[in-house]
Ligand binder design. Structure first.
Ligand SMILES: C[S@@+](CC[C@H](N)C(=O)[O-])C[C@H]1O[C@@H](n2cnc3c(N)ncnc32)[C@H](O)[C@@H]1O
Length: 281
């Protein structure tokens, strides 16, 4: 082992290891990994290239690089995931927040930025915490059936100091009739076949219960559109992330449940991703 390893050296070694492991953007991931582990920004990494890394930190970085090279997603390795204005704790208890999901928050804030909002399937708490931080809601509730996911959401609530209520429940079973202004959700929506065909970097690490939803991928959404209509007040909204492969099926479910003004919006990659629906006033 060479005696002194600088940030530049660590960056080069991580980049080489990642490239050899077939990681698509090895340099970018190496910078991100070092920044998160050292509690620096990517700009700090660029500016601090000459700094020597202490031996104990070096072992820790080596272990993290090996985990990433073996296929574990970067946010699970570093324990951190960015979502809108937040940096959240991330581990295998919940899905890693995806950039496309951030668009649900913009759509919510544009339609109903105050009142009571419920996030069904809160995972890390990314949607609930962002809504509370960026909106003017009186109350935001994050619901999940997974005790593990809720424990992580609770850690993120404490980490960010943002006040949301967290409830363990099956979909909206804990909510009263016409009690909320907005239901937002990124439910599991992959078919069994899609789940089995996932990249191992997703399938082997992220919780199956956050991804798969029955043979047709619509099990959770089918129940959610019906339950949401009952808990939303007249004139309230449902905003739901959907599988880009079957927007029509999701729209048909919402129409069948009695939602009006249904439309599908594209995500930032131009794929049909968000179902927007309103309850008749
Ligand atoms: C796709 S993940 C979304 C997590 C987070 N909202 C996000 O966007 O990153 C779906 C979440 O729904 C939860 N979930 C699945 N079925 C549920 C149910 N029947 N009731 C409540 N939560 C459920 C899972 O545990 C998981 O945390």
């Amino acid at each position: 082992m060479d005696r002194r390893l600088t940030v530049q050296g660590a960056l080069d070694r991580a980049t080489e290891t990642f490239a050899a492991a077939g990681i698509v953007e090895p340099r970018r991931e190496a910078v991100r990994l070092l920044a998160d582990l050292l509690d620096w920004t990517p700009a700090d990494v660029a500016l601090g290239r000459g700094q020597v890394i202490e031996p104990d930190r070096r072992r820790w970085i080596d272990r993290a690089v090996a985990r990433r090279a073996a296929g574990e997603p970067l946010p699970y390795v570093t324990g951190l995931a960015g979502f809108r204005q937040l940096v959240l704790r991330s581990d295998r208890r919940a899905l890693i927040p995806r950039p496309e999901t951030e668009g649900l928050v913009d759509r919510a804030l544009a339609r109903v930025p105050r009142g009571v909002a419920v996030d069904v399937g809160t995972g890390t708490g990314c949607l609930a915490l962002s809504l509370r931080q960026e909106g003017a809601y009186d109350l935001v509730v994050g619901i999940d059936r997974s005790a593990d996911a809720l424990a992580l959401a609770d850690a993120n609530r404490r980490r960010t100091g943002i006040s949301v209520a967290l409830v363990r429940a099956d979909l909206l079973s804990a909510c009263g009739a016409e009690a909320v202004d907005l239901v937002v959700s990124n439910p599991p929506y992959l078919t069994r076949a899609e789940y089995l065909a996932l990249d191992p970097g997703v399938r082997d690490y992220e919780p199956a219960g956050a991804l798969e939803s029955g043979d047709d991928g619509l099990e959770a959404s089918r129940r959610l559109v019906t339950e949401a209509l009952a808990v939303v007040r007249p004139g309230g909204w449902l905003l739901m992330e959907i599988a880009a492969e079957r927007p029509e099926a999701s729209a048909a479910l919402a129409a069948g449940a009695g939602w009006t003004g249904i439309h599908i919006d594209d995500d930032l990659f131009g794929r049909p991703r968000f179902l927007v629906a309103r309850k008749e006033a």
